[in-house]
Ligand binder design. Structure first.
Ligand code: B4P
Length: 193
């Protein structure tokens, strides 16, 4: 079983690479961003609350996303493992994830951090915003706010996973296939448990 975290700033390519990795490794894909956008599309109370935060480039409250992930883990008892895409994003989320996995007698195998420079992130997100219709993808001020939130609240998790010897840096510039190759090379070296 592999439980993998795909980590990186907004627009680093977490969603892009997750889509490829789940096909190759048959893991369950848990993207908190996708789950939240699903709630918004369905017009749920949670979705309406989340949208207010997302539209400002802010993180959604920890208790909301932790509960979402806990439910999804319970819904996939026999899975070969999980790819966590965009989760955890805060220290509280990381600690909660460790506890949830421990309850299931498992743990994070590795955290792969995609490194991409800010100007490239902005270029990619604006590019995606032209087709995605995502309200958080079009305004450069909001995009910069998302990057600021990442630097303030999410980037410190690198030290959390370094302390567990699970942090692996991955070059996030370049061709999507090349980045996928780098990720697969790392995953293929993981011990299976
Ligand atoms: P997410 O949905 O996680 O969105 P993201 O960080 O923008 O996306 P990602 O890194 O997956 O980028 P992608 O591959 O699509 O979060 C959105 C919001 O939800 C957050 O701001 C927050 O408000 C909320 N949220 C989500 N999770 C939360 C949590 N745990 N706690 C609190 N709040 C939470 O790539 C972007 C673009 O780049 C695409 O167009 C892609 O085609 C392109 N691209 C990818 N790789 C490329 C490459 N190598 N070269 C060129 N272009 C590339």
């Amino acid at each position: 079983m592999h439980n993998i975290i795909l980590f990186g700033p907004p627009g680093a390519g977490k969603g892009t690479q997750s889509a490829r990795l789940i096909k190759k490794y048959h893991l369950v894909h848990l993207s908190t961003g996708d789950i939240l956008r699903g709630e918004i599309t369905n017009g749920t109370a949670l979705g309406l609350e989340a949208k207010k935060m997302m539209d400002q480039g802010l993180l959604v409250p920890d208790e909301v996303v932790i509960a979402m992930i806990s439910n999804k883990l319970d819904q996939n008892p026999g899975s070969k493992g999980f790819i966590f895409d965009g989760f955890p994003r805060t220290q509280a989320q990381a600690a909660a994830l460790d506890d949830l996995l421990l309850e299931k007698a498992t743990a994070i195998s590795a955290m792969y951090a995609l490194n991409v420079e800010d100007e490239e992130l902005i270029r990619r997100i604006i590019g995606r915003g032209k087709d995605s219709g995502r309200s958080d993808d079009s305004d450069p001020v909001i995009i910069r706010k998302r990057i600021e939130e990442y630097n303030k609240k999410t980037a410190p998790l690198i030290d959390y996973y370094k302390a567990q010897n699970k942090f692996v840096a991955i070059e996030g510039h370049g061709d999507v296939d090349e980045i996928f190759y780098l990720l697969c090379k790392q995953i293929d070296q993981l011990p299976v448990f």
